[in-house]
Write a protein that binds this ligand. Structure first.
Ligand code: ADP
Length: 709
């Protein structure tokens, strides 16, 4: 026990404690690694954010440079040339949404504006040919005939006369228009359509009195007439074509005009479709109309945006550009602008302050934020974070998300980045869940050390357990051996002593009565037999253990052998009052056994039964054939075996409970030998016992080698 404790202590101090210490150090180290890793990743993201914003800056710079170059090269050239150069520039650079010229903060000019319409009253008045109409006298005559006398045939002839006199194509268009009108009034609908078509072909662009271009109204007339003529496909195609051409910005119209024509074209189309004309794919026309309407909404928004910019940019820019120099960019300033619910990012060349304090004109452009987002920002972010491991969002000033990574953002915001000159005024946010402890473990070298270390500690602990077990086993064996030596020497000595004393007494003739002498002879016999048994046991076991034992199997009458062993044992113990009962059930087949060895085993069981009988004086021996075995059982009614001992009684040198060991002599070898002998016969020894009630030891031998008697 002492030794075991010492071993445990030694292991504990030598291995477990340093292990714990090292483990703790490794753990601390890993935590440090984790913090370091975190920091590195933060730094990485910060740098990546910087690269992204730089990419945006670079793209804007290149657009700014291109604009500046174009404007410089074309300084002093005609406006049309500049406009076409700017168009080319915008086509090649998706970030230039709309180039503009700022004239002394008062006026903003867009040389190249793709507007659906212009603000009301802003179109340059086209020269109306109305005045020229008075020139041919025939025209006056025709008008009188048409409106006063309502003589349409005469009027038609007069208009045709007038047409011949006119050379100005614009006036021609107006006369043709009058002809068509009269044709219509006189019911010549088909002819009217033809005349209107002639106008569209040759004179659509002219401005009618009142300033409206002739084309659209003529087209509307064609559509309406076609409907009257029940040519519904033509009516629909004409009105839809008009709608499309209006969206295609083929004419410069003011907002009210545009609205008027669009409204008319749409109503015409809808009215025709509402009539569900037979043989017409109504659904197809309707979907066409829907598409055009969607386009109209989009273009209207864009147009309103530009118009708002045109009208409000000057005053909005003045205070912003007036404030101090912008250090981030030498020549261009980038700013967000809010004009009437519309937001813009503009980049504008800073107006060079003239000596007089008045600023000169300058050029700039509205940054196309959609293209900036999709063509520059998103690719740059994708490029920086291709794996999708990092999650990010780009947020507008109001917190609205502009774009975000494919994987939805996870974890807290770890870093933010703003764009150069705050243009666009968005914020780039990076999210990052802190690295898992276990991941850091796996990644860091210290983690590996830790694992190896844990493994080694585990192996050591396992070794410790094994060592303790085998050491304590050895210790136990040593203890049992030393017990054996003392008990066995005692076992030898006490019978020898009594043999010597009794023999001396007998030899000297000092024993008076014959009866007493007989008694002495019995004791002498018993003691010498006990000695013989002990010696036999020790020798046999030694032989078996050394592998020298040779068993001589002979076909034997088991019943006879048993009867023999019991009766000779009975002789020995009769004087102690023991009664050994032998009960052989039925015929026991002969079996091949080593007679001496088996007798010795039975004798050992009988010896134990006597030794551990306590106050009981009864021992029962039974034999029975239970094919293919023969069972020999020795039962006593003595002290029994404690539960915790029962599995160990067959162990070498094992001696049961302390009290017994003290009172009963023994070597701890008897049952070991029984077991060895029985197993050499391929049999088994079984034990059943209850403390205080006695025990039954049964030998079960196989009959296979024997013959029936
Ligand atoms: P020994 O009898 O010399 O001590 P054995 O090997 O014959 O050695 O028996 C081992 C132990 O088994 C004994 O010390 C005793 O405690 C227990 N034992 C054996 N037979 C009996 C029995 N019939 N009744 C009670 N205990 C027994």
């Amino acid at each position: 026990m002492q030794q075991r404790r010492r071993i445990v202590l030694l292991f504990g101090l030598g291995i477990v404690l340093p292990s714990l210490l090292l483990g703790y150090l490794a753990f601390r180290g890993i935590q440090n690694d984790r913090a370091l890793l975190e920091k590195e990743r933060l730094e990485d993201t910060r740098r990546a954010g910087e690269r992204v914003t730089r990419a945006v800056d670079d793209a804007l710079r290149s657009a700014e440079g291109a604009l500046a170059n174009t404007v410089r090269e074309l300084a002093g050239k005609p406006a049309a040339e500049l406009a076409s150069a700017l168009e080319k520039l915008a086509a090649g650079n998706p970030l230039i949404g709309q180039a503009f010229q700022l004239k002394g903060f008062k006026e903003v000019r867009l040389p190249l504006r793709k507007l659906l319409y212009v603000a009301d009253g802003s179109r340059e008045a086209g020269s109306s040919p109305a005045a020229a109409l008075s020139s041919p006298a025939e025209f006056q005559v025709a008008q009188r005939l048409e409106f006063r006398q309502k003589d349409y045939l005469e009027a038609l002839a007069a208009y045709r006369q007038a047409l011949k006199k006119v050379n100005d194509p614009r006036v021609k268009g107006l006369v043709l228009n009058a002809i068509a009108r009269v044709q219509r009034k006189s019911g010549l609908l088909q002819e009217a359509v033809s005349t209107y078509e002639e106008i569209v072909r040759g004179h659509g662009g002219i401005i009618i009195p009142g300033g409206m271009p002739l084309g659209p109204s003529v087209v509307l007339e064609i559509s309406a007439l076609s409907r009257e003529l029940k040519d519904f496909p033509k009516s629909l195609q004409t009105s839809l074509r008009l709608y499309k051409s209006l969206l295609g910005r083929e004419l410069t119209l003011e907002r009210a005009e545009f609205d008027f024509f669009v409204e008319r074209a749409k109503t015409l189309t809808e009215e025709v479709l509402a009539g569900q004309p037979a043989g017409l794919d109504v659904a197809a026309y309707q979907s066409k109309l829907k598409t055009l309407e969607a386009e109209e909404t989009e273009q209207r928004n864009r147009t309103e945006r530009i118009i708002a910019f045109e009208e409000g940019a000057g005053p909005a820019l003045e205070p912003k550009l007036g404030v101090g120099p912008d250090e981030t960019n030498a020549s261009f300033s980038r700013l967000p602008l809010d004009i009437r619910k519309h937001s813009y990012f503009v980049s504008i060349a800073r107006p060079a302050a003239s000596p007089g304090g008045a600023s000169t004109d300058s050029w700039g452009f509205i940054i196309d934020a959609d293209n900036l987002r999709e063509n520059v920002l998103r690719p740059a972010l994708r490029n920086e974070f291709p794996s999708g491991e990092m999650t990010w969002t780009v947020k507008a000033k109001d917190g609205g998300i502009i774009i975000s990574s494919e994987n939805s953002p996870a974890g807290p915001v770890t870093s933010r980045a703003n764009f150069v000159s705050n243009a666009p005024d968005w914020t780039l946010e990076f999210y990052q869940a802190p690295p898992r402890l276990i991941k850091t473990f796996l990644l860091s070298r210290r983690g590996l050390y830790f694992f190896v270390f844990v493994l080694i500690a585990g192996i050591l602990a396992f070794g410790l357990v094994l060592t303790i077990r085998s050491v304590s086993h050895e210790l136990e064996l040593a203890r049992m051996k030393s017990d054996f030596v003392s008990t066995v020497s005692h076992e030898f000595k006490s019978p020898l002593t009594s043999i010597r004393q009794l023999s001396e007494m007998l030899q000297s003739g000092r024993v008076p009565s014959e009866e007493r002498r007989q008694q002495y002879y019995d004791v002498l016999l018993e003691q010498s037999e006990r000695l013989a048994l002990l010696t036999d046991n020790i020798l046999s076991l030694a032989k078996i253990e050394e592998g020298r034992a040779e068993f001589a199997f002979e076909t034997t009458d088991i019943s006879a052998l048993l009867a023999n062993a019991v009766s000779s044992f009975q002789e020995r113990v009769r004087h102690e009052g023991f009664d050994i009962e032998l009960n052989i059930q039925g015929q026991i087949p002969h079996a091949a056994v080593d007679r001496t060895a088996l007798s010795q085993a039975i004798t050992n069981l009988l010896d134990n039964a006597i030794k551990y009988s306590g106050d009981s004086r009864k021992v029962a021996v039974r034999a029975a054939a239970e094919e293919p075995f023969v069972i020999i059982a020795v039962q006593d009614f003595g002290v029994g075996i404690k539960k915790e001992d029962i599995d160990r009684v067959f162990e070498r040198f094992f001696r049961g409970g302390d009290e017994l060991t003290r009172t009963v002599k023994g070597s701890g070898l008897g049952l070991t030998l029984v077991k060895e002998i029985v197993e050499a016969h391929r049999g088994k020894v079984l034990v059943e016992s209850e403390p205080g009630k006695g025990s039954v030891f049964s030998i079960r031998l196989p009959l296979s080698q024997g013959k029936r008697s």
